[in-house]
Design a protein around this ligand. Structure first.
Ligand SMILES: [Zn+2]
Length: 116
């Protein structure tokens, strides 16, 4: 005898054999709960990206888009360099995208911000 993973009640014999829940209602509630959990997960990962995008947008308002400036002004310690929504290519270099904004690091330590 297996139990409903939503409420713990025994799953009736007449439910199909792959059923994880005691009723269709509980299957639906379980699905809703999982969707809500997934949404929360997406939000939790999206927020740091939004904040970082705002940081770069602020820098671009100060220094200009496509204007190289010293990385030190980007307060690199505040930046999580692993965050990105994708990559892009500009002038033969690969950049990191944060939604509609992107940046490219140039050696030794300058950075350019792009409107994508
Ligand atoms: Zn149930």
């Amino acid at each position: 005898m297996r139990n409903c993973i939503y409420c713990g009640a025994p799953i009736p014999e007449d439910r199909h054999k792959n059923a994880w829940t005691c009723t269709k209602e509980h299957a639906l509630l379980l699905k809703k709960e999982r969707e809500a959990a997934n949404y929360q997960k997406v939000r939790n990962t999206a927020d740091p990206i939004i904040r970082l995008r705002e940081h770069f947008n602020g820098l671009a308002n100060e220094f200009g888009f496509e204007v190289p400036f010293d990385l030190i002004y980007a307060t690199p310690l505040k930046i999580d360099w692993s965050l990105k929504t994708g990559t892009f290519f500009k002038d033969g270099a690969m950049g990191v995208a944060l939604g509609d904004i992107g940046y490219i690091i140039y050696q030794p330590q300058s950075i350019k911000i792009f409107k994508l």
